[in-house]
Every structure is written in structure tokens, then in C-alpha cells.
Design a protein around this ligand. Structure first.
Ligand SMILES: [Zn+2]
Length: 661
């Protein structure tokens, strides 16, 4: 009995994972394509001559359903083609527009539709590991997905209704597992709507975000629409502009099975290690909400060891206010048994000499445009935004069509990007300031940049005057992040600057230190847009009196900020553009780490105990090296280099070891 079922499941899994199914592009029927194109030409000729009535045109237009994740994205796309008409289906809105060749309906899924189940209550006779049906001997790993439910009482999401046993029978209670409310929104609603809409059109075009997560949503949608749709294709664009969208319409593709597999492997691995380690933590600490994960554990380790180094490095730092009102910090004043207060007293009223050591001319190059890691770093450093918040703002800017896709490893600039920079720089500063740079090689991915040559001031004016009508309002923080992205990108396409740099020596009774200042800007280049941050710019050589002295105990090795941690994740290759902010959020939400003044990260007692327990007992699983190795394997699945089943098999046996402890 079990054997038969497992065989069936294997067939089902092959269907699900899609061993066959999709036709490669090369098999497309070219003849019919050419016929279609000449038909179109003929039609256009007739329209121009006035030989065709409106009814006939509609006949020849293809109809398509465009599916995206977010309502804002749907509205942005619909707005490219005049005022769209709306159809309402309960809480869902479908926009209708016509482009050159298509009659389009645009609809949003409101995020993910399916997620891994947590309990397979109706498959008792199969081995189930946290929502994945397994038969390790046959290397069958079948994730079981179900629709996502959202409780309208407490706003929480879940996948499975609670099950109770009554007289030996299992009964499913259709209520929220957290607050028992029975007003629950089940994503099956959107599946029903999409099926209805798919039947009405010639083609379904799935336009979810261009990464593995978007590919997985596309796959889910395709699976449930297959029997209802005549044709299902994927379209991909990295910026939501009319040009990019129309280009994508012309180049539909099949769903990439490797991307989907990589996402499935990621999800299963995350589920297994997360549930297995969490169960160990619950037992150890007797607290039912602790969590652990592959990437978050080594990251927690860095924050802890940095905290220890930092507390050991605390020393008094003196700040001398000079008679020219510059405040110079001095770190290394020998105390010789004196109290810092006494040293300060002696320094007050003393003289400090600032002398020029040398002056040299130097070229300053602009930094490359943003990728996800550098954007999050700068948003944290300059604007004080947490990684999670910055990603939310960037998502909105992307969906409104203002910036390119914000989850990217690439700093490459496309032709469209060069055109945006040229238009802005030529008009604002003159053509001679424009210096195009690609900043990276080939591929579909691109840097994070504005989609139009519009700076933040112009953007605000256009919105105020109603010239630009965005589908959702922008807050001050949205605008600040846009400004950061805009300036960094424009600077990256401008001439280098030339500056005169001066090396200064500052010396007083007990100390001597060196400072560098920009003495003169010889040619401004990209500094026109980025400005120059130099706190010593006006510090001229001379002799100054110390008007006041203060001191503070300061760590010589500073605590990490979110920006530092993200940089480290990138450097050590553990983390991806889609996970940087997620991991930071988990550590903060679980109270393993707290953010203190200026976003500095401090581990909590709980965080340290959890980390020590995991490192001592499961060190080989959650080490930095192991984590980086696992991520590389997932990349290899994404690139079709290794078999996803082999990878899952390895993970499975690892988890078995954890569970046996
Ligand atoms: Zn609830």
C-alpha cells in the first residue's frame, strides 16, 4: 500500500517539479510567427487607410491576463496605457487596458499564494519531516504546499487550521490558530478568481519580480492555472516603466525550472534546520518562541565577538576645542597615573600647533551605483534606516516605477541607465560632465538606479502640480531614499574630481596626530552632485589655544551597526540580496540582539546563551564555513550545475543527525 502511494507521489513530484512540461523556445513554430507578423502589418495598413472598423480591430487584438504580486505594481502597469477601466471582484480589482497589440487585464495576487504546510494530518502513513514528505532511499523529497490564510481578527498569517481529535477521529477547526477568530481570508479566493480570468483570455503572462522568489510565485500560479489557460508564459522586467514592460511583452519566456528548484531547496533547507534547531532550543531553554537558522547563527556570533572586543577596548578619548572652534579628538594621551580629569585641566589653555606636512593633487573617482548591500549600508549610515525599513521603502519605489529592481548583486548599468544619466547630466551640468561607465558585465541584472532623469526636487514639484500621478503616496523617507539612490547613480556617470589634499600634523603638550583635509577642489566633476564630506576642510595651519577640554570613555573598536553586518555578510559570502534585511530582522525580533544609540548592535543575555548552546552542540552545522558552502550549493542548483535531489539528500541526513541528539 505504502509503496504504491510513494510511486504515485514520485510521479506527482515529477509533475510538480516539472521534469517535462515546458517547451523550449527553439521549438517555437517560426512560420506561424512570421504569418502573425505579416497579418499585423496588413492590419496596420488597413487602419491607416481607414478600411477597418473598430469591431474588427478588437477581433485581431490578443487578450492577455497579466499577473503581478502587488496592487501598486498592478496600478503602475495599468497607468502606462491611459485611464484603465476597473472590474471589481470582492476585495480584488482587475484593471483593463489596451496596448498596441494586446487587450490586457492586470491583477495582483497580494503576495505569496502558497506556503509549506506545518502538519500533514491526512498523510499519516507517510514519513513526513516538517511538511515535506520524504522517502530517503528513493531520494523523494516532496514539499507539501497549501494556501496561505490571513486572520482578519489578529492580522496574523498561517497555513494550517488547528486539528483536534474526537473519538479517535481528526477534525479540522476552521479558525485562526492564534486567536480562534473564524473570519479568515484564505488565498484560495485568488486562485478561484485567477482561474475564472484565465479562461477569458488567450494568454496568461506572469509578471512577478525578477528573482527566485518571483519565479516560485510564478510557478505556483502556473500550476493552478494550467488546466484553465490556453497559454502561460513568464515575462520579466527589472524596472516598471512602459518601455521595459513593452519590451518584456515582446519577449515572453518559459518559467525557469532551475530557479524554482533553487527556491524550493532553499525553503526546505530553511524549514528543516529552523524547525530542528528550534525544537532543541525549546527543550533546552523551556521557551517556546526561540528560533535558529543557518545564516542567522554565524551572524549572531559576529555581533557577540565584536561586542566583547569592543568592551575590552574602552579608553578615555579627549576632545580639544580650539580657538578656531574646531573640535579635535585625541585618542592616545598617556595618562602616567594621572586621572583624565587632571590631564584635561593641564591641556586647557595650552597651545596646539597645526602644521602642513605636504600637499598633493589627487583624482577622486565616484563610487559605483548601488547594489542591495551597498544601498542598505548607506541607508543605515546616512539616513539611519534599518535594513528592513530601507527594503520596504525600496520595494515601494520599485513598484511605483521610480527605481530599478532593488534586490540585486550587480552594479551593471544598462543602455537605458546610461540614457537617463546623460539626459540629466547634460541638462543640469553640461555634456562635458558626462562620463558613461558600465560598472559591470552582461547579464540581465542591473544596479539600483532611477528610471527617469528626475531628481528629488523635480519629482516633488511634479507630484504637487499633478503632472505625475503615482498610484500610492510617497513619504519623506521614500523621497530621502530616492534622493540617495539618484545622486549615487548620477555621480557614478560623471567625470572624476581633482582635489588638492593636505596632510596636517596636529601637536600639543602630550600628543601628536595626523589629519588629512581637502584643501582645494581643482575640478569638481561628480562632486557637483555628491558633495564633499570633509570635516577638516577649513582647518588651516597655525597655532591655536585650547579653549576647553572634555573626555569620554569610548571603545576604540566600535560596535557593529546593521550596515557593518551587511557588509560582512557580503564579504564572507553568507547572505544574498533577498536575505540581508530578513536576517537582521530575525535577530532583532527574537530579541537576540538590540539596537542602541545610532543603531549600534548589542547582543542580549538570551542571544549569548542561545548562540553558545548552538555553537557548542551544532557548531559544524551553523558555522560560517558550512553556511557559505550551503549557499554555494543552492547557487549551483539555480545554475543547473548540480541535482537538487542530491542536495536535499545531504541536508536530510544532516538533519537526522541533529534530531538524534
Ligand atoms: Zn487570529
Amino acid at each position: 500500500m505504502t509503496l504504491v502511494l510513494v510511486q504515485k507521489l514520485e510521479r506527482a513530484s515529477r509533475f510538480y517539479i516539472g521534469e517535462d512540461g515546458w517547451r523550449p523556445l527553439s521549438e517555437l513554430d517560426l512560420d506561424s510567427l512570421i504569418r502573425e507578423i505579416s497579418q499585423e502589418r496588413e492590419l496596420i495598413r488597413k487602419i491607416i487607410k481607414g478600411e477597418v472598423g473598430a469591431g474588427e480591430v478588437k477581433e485581431l487584438l490578443r487578450t492577455a491576463l497579466v499577473i503581478v504580486e502587488s496592487p501598486t505594481k498592478a496600478r503602475t502597469i495599468a497607468s502606462f496605457f491611459g485611464r484603465p477601466s476597473k472590474r471589481r471582484f470582492g476585495r480584488y480589482v482587475v484593471y483593463e487596458v489596451s496596448t498596441g497589440g494586446y487587450q490586457l487585464q492586470v491583477v495582483a495576487t497580494l503576495g505569496h499564494v502558497f506556503d509549506l504546510t506545518t502538519s500533514i494530518y491526512n498523510f499519516d502513513h507517510l514519513e513526513d519531516l516538517y511538511g515535506i514528505v520524504v522517502d530517503p532511499e528513493r531520494k523523494i523529497y516532496l514539499p507539501v504546499f497549501t494556501t496561505i490564510k490571513k486572520c482578519l481578527g489578529c492580522n496574523r498569517q498561517f497555513t494550517d487550521y488547528p486539528v483536534v481529535e474526537k473519538n479517535g477521529e481528526k477534525i479540522v477547526l476552521k479558525q485562526c490558530p492564534y486567536c480562534r477568530s473564524t473570519t479568515v481570508l484564505d488565498k484560495i479566493e485568488i486562485v478561484v478568481l485567477l482561474r475564472k480570468l484565465a479562461e477569458e483570455v488567450d494568454e496568461v503572462l506572469i509578471a512577478t519580480d525578477p528573482d527566485t522568489e518571483g519565479e516560485k510565485i510564478a510557478w505556483d500560479v502556473a500550476m493552478v492555472l494550467m488546466p484553465y489557460a490556453r497559454s502561460i508564459k513568464r515575462i520579466e522586467f527589472h524596472e516598471i516603466t512602459r518601455r521595459a514592460f513593452e519590451e518584456a511583452l515582446k519577449n515572453p519566456r518559459e518559467i525557469s525550472i532551475n530557479l524554482v528548484r533553487a527556491q524550493l531547496v532553499r525553503r526546505i533547507e530553511d524549514r528543516w534546520i529552523g524547525f530542528a534547531l528550534s525544537s532543541k532550543l525549546w527543550k533546552q531553554f523551556n521557551m517556546g518562541y526561540l528560533s535558529a537558522g543557518r545564516v542567522q547563527t554565524p551572524v549572531l556570533g559576529w555581533i557577540i565577538s565584536r561586542y566583547r572586543e569592543s568592551t575590552r577596548s574602552i579608553r578615555p578619548v579627549f576632545t580639544l576645542e580650539l580657538s578656531n572652534s574646531y573640535r579635535v579628538p585625541v585618542e592616545n594621551i598617556p595618562l602616567d597615573g594621572k586621572k583624565p580629569r587632571e590631564v584635561c585641566k593641564e591641556l586647557e589653555g595650552s597651545e596646539v600647533r597645526v602644521s602642513s606636512l605636504r600637499v598633493s593633487e589627487r583624482e577622486l573617482q565616484p563610487p559605483p551605483p548601488f547594489a542591495t548591500d551597498t544601498l542598505l549600508r548607506e541607508a543605515n549610515r546616512v539616513l539611519g534606516f534599518s535594513a528592513d525599513y530601507a527594503m520596504k521603502l525600496a520595494q515601494a519605489l520599485f513598484e511605483l516605477g521610480l527605481i530599478t529592481y532593488h534586490r540585486t548583486d550587480s552594479t551593471r548599468v544598462s543602455d537605458a541607465g546610461l540614457a537617463v544619466a546623460r539626459a540629466y547630466i547634460a541638462e543640469k551640468f553640461g555634456e562635458e560632465y558626462f562620463k558613461p561607465r558600465r560598472w559591470g558585465e552582461g547579464g540581465a541584472h542591473e544596479c539600483i538606479r532611477p528610471t527617469r532623469p528626475i531628481d528629488v526636487d523635480t519629482l516633488q514639484t511634479m507630484i504637487r502640480q499633478g503632472v505625475l500621478q503615482l498610484p500610492a503616496p510617497l513619504t519623506r523617507d521614500h523621497l530621502a531614499l530616492y534622493n540617495l539612490i539618484f545622486k549615487r547613480f548620477i555621480a557614478s556617470q560623471m567625470q572624476p574630481a581633482r582635489v588638492e589634499e593636505e596632510q596636517l600634523e596636529v601637536s600639543g603638550p602630550y600628543f601628536k596626530k595626523e589629519l588629512t583635509r581637502i584643501k582645494r577642489v581643482v575640478y569638481d566633476g561628480f562632486l557637483r552632485v555628491q558633495g564633499l564630506r570633509d570635516m577638516w576642510a577649513g582647518l588651516e595651519p597655525g597655532v591655536y589655544r585650547v579653549t576647553s577640554c572634555s573626555y569620554k570613555r569610548v571603545a576604540q573598536i566600535p560596535l557593529f551597526t546593521q550596515a557593518d553586518v551587511i557588509q560582512l555578510m557580503k564579504e564572507k559570502n553568507i547572505g544574498r540580496p533577498s536575505t540581508y534585511s530578513e536576517i537582521m530582522k530575525k535577530l532583532l525580533d527574537k530579541y537576540y540582539v538590540i539596537a542602541v544609540r545610532r543603531g549600534k548592535l548589542v547582543p542580549t543575555g538570551l542571544g549569548m546563551r542561545v548562540y553558545n548552546f548552538l555553537a557548542e552542540n551544532y557548531g559544524s552545522l551553523v558555522s560560517e564555513e558550512k553556511t557559505s558552502e550551503v549557499l554555494e550549493k543552492m547557487d549551483a542548483v539555480e545554475n543547473g550545475i548540480i541535482d537538487y535531489k542530491e542536495v536535499l539528500s545531504e541536508f536530510y541526513y544532516e538533519i537526522q543527525q541533529v534530531l538524534r541528539t
